[in-house]
Design a protein around this ligand. Sequence first.
Ligand code: SF4
Ligand code: SF4
Length: 189
Amino acid sequence: MTTTPARQCGSCTMCCKVLGIRELAKPVGAWCPHCAPGRGCKIYESRPSECRTFSCGWLSDTSCPEDWRPDRSKLVFCPDSESRNVIVRIDAGSPDAWRREPYHAWLRNKAAQGLAAGTLVIVSVNNNATLILPEGEQFIGLLNAGDQIEAHRRSGPNGPMLEVKVIRHAPAPQTDGDVPAEAGSETHS
Ligand code: SF4
Ligand code: SF4
């Protein structure tokens, strides 16, 4: 990852929609009431610490193509502080955005590279997760804060197979709210 002060959020405010902000009780997938979409944060000086510390993958990684900016791609690459997984939050207004090219091919390729090393690629639409696999995908369903996905290759009766396990730590499923592994956002440039 290369931090580049030259890259700025500009008119992107996508993370102010797709992420949950605990300090504001802002659910995943709803615009933050303090956001002026396409313009920025109306409480920028006093925004929560979750927002101050968040940088999406596009902002912090110069190898991510310029035109993948989240407001255009509808994909927000989120750092996962608890694992090396690639978590991509999708704008629920374009839930299939990740299936478009070149994103889909990139995700599949990343999944192929990561599986051997235990790094998973997960796309999430309003906390509904899909595990991307080199040969396809597996819908996981609702993933709450603290839940983890594990995937291991093992031998099966018909040859090698992938075993996927969801380890649930959240007390109960929620329809919205908590974000697994990362916080939310804004014009961080
Ligand atoms: S940090 Fe948020 S506002 Fe900035 S580019 Fe990423 S998604 Fe857009
Ligand atoms: S930076 Fe935080 S407080 Fe400001 S609009 Fe975005 S989510 Fe809301």
